[in-house]
Design a protein around this ligand. Structure first.
Ligand code: BEZ
Ligand code: FE
Length: 288
């Protein structure tokens, strides 16, 4: 096509597909071109603005390493990661939420009732619940990969003071689908904001904070894997998570418990004499 215009360029783009192009590739690329073209027309994109965008992508590429994925972070702060999650969630199951970059492979085993708090300062939290299906049946033997920040707001991979696996654990739910552990209350923290994505947040007048949360990946044979997070209802950033990860059903409550009431059956039983907080949170998996 030699008579390309600003109005027909999207149609020209789709006319260039090869005859045996995969139909899904065709569908996705056509829609992408349509939206990019509409976007440029809508904002009347200037050359200077186009160059800023290209420079942004170049810097995102340059800063990306095995440990730091600036493009995923871009997707997170633009709400794309969360939107993709929501497009594929099962309404009756626990909502999924962003994975984030701080999961570690090969987490250490954590027994039901085990402890992740160790000697860290901070409020002891007892978390427990049942892994079940959408009909309410327990899922014995479900695997729950758990991770969170230390009280200083850092994940082990960001903090030379922590060992690789601190605040990480892999639990196998018991014969009743029950999981339970103790930990320290996680704190709110900022996503990495010293790179190009931070520049976008600044330009948009946005902060880089996430509400505090516990991360879970829950897997069981015959069920869809669930990547999710749970957030306390009293967190100051609950309604302004910079990566849009909060869902109504992922909000939990730290219920204060009086001194002397810590239950039996935990690694810390007999060692927690003061007050502590308790969270009950069931994890619901959809059938595969
Ligand atoms: C996290 O929750 O660990 C996280 C999620 C998205 C971006 C950065 C961190
Ligand atoms: Fe996190």
């Amino acid at each position: 096509m030699r008579s390309v215009t600003k109005d027909n360029i999207t149609d020209v783009f789709t006319s260039y597909f090869g005859d045996d192009t995969d139909p899904r590739v065709k569908e996705v690329l056509s829609a992408l071109a349509r939206h990019i073209h509409d976007f440029a027309r809508e904002v009347n994109l200037t050359h200077d603005e186009w160059r800023v965008g290209i420079d942004f992508l170049t810097r995102a590429g340059e800063i990306t390493t095995a440990e730091r994925q600036e493009f995923v972070l871009l997707s997170d702060v633009m709400g794309l990661s969360s939107l993709v999650d929501m497009l594929h969630s099962t309404p009756e199951a626990t909502s999924s939420s962003v994975l984030g970059p701080f999961h570690v492979s090969n987490p250490p085993p954590l027994a039901v009732g085990g402890d992740m708090k160790r000697d860290y300062e901070g409020e002891t939290v007892l978390v427990e619940g049942t892994v079940r299906d959408t009909e309410g049946n327990a899922i014995p033997g479900a695997q729950i990969d758990i991770w969170q920040t230390a009280p200083n707001g850092m994940y082990s991979s960001q903090d030379p003071e922590q060992d690789t696996h601190s605040f990480h654990g892999l639990m196998t739910a018991d014969e009743n689908g029950r999981y339970a552990f103790t930990t320290v209350r996680p704190v709110e923290y900022t996503v990495p904001s010293d790179g190009p994505v931070g520049d976008i947040l600044n330009a948009a007048g946005r902060h880089p904070w996430r509400p505090s949360h516990l991360h879970y990946i829950v897997t069981a044979d015959g069920f869809r894997s669930l990547v999710t997070e749970v957030f306390p209802d009293d967190d100051p950033y609950l309604d302004q998570d910079t990566v849009f990860g909060v869902r109504e059903d992922l909000v939990m409550t730290y219920v204060p418990q009086p001194a002397g009431s810590f239950p039996d059956g935990f690694e810390l039983s007999g060692k927690v004499n003061g007050p502590y907080a308790r969270v009950d949170f069931d994890l619901v998996l959809a059938k595969a």
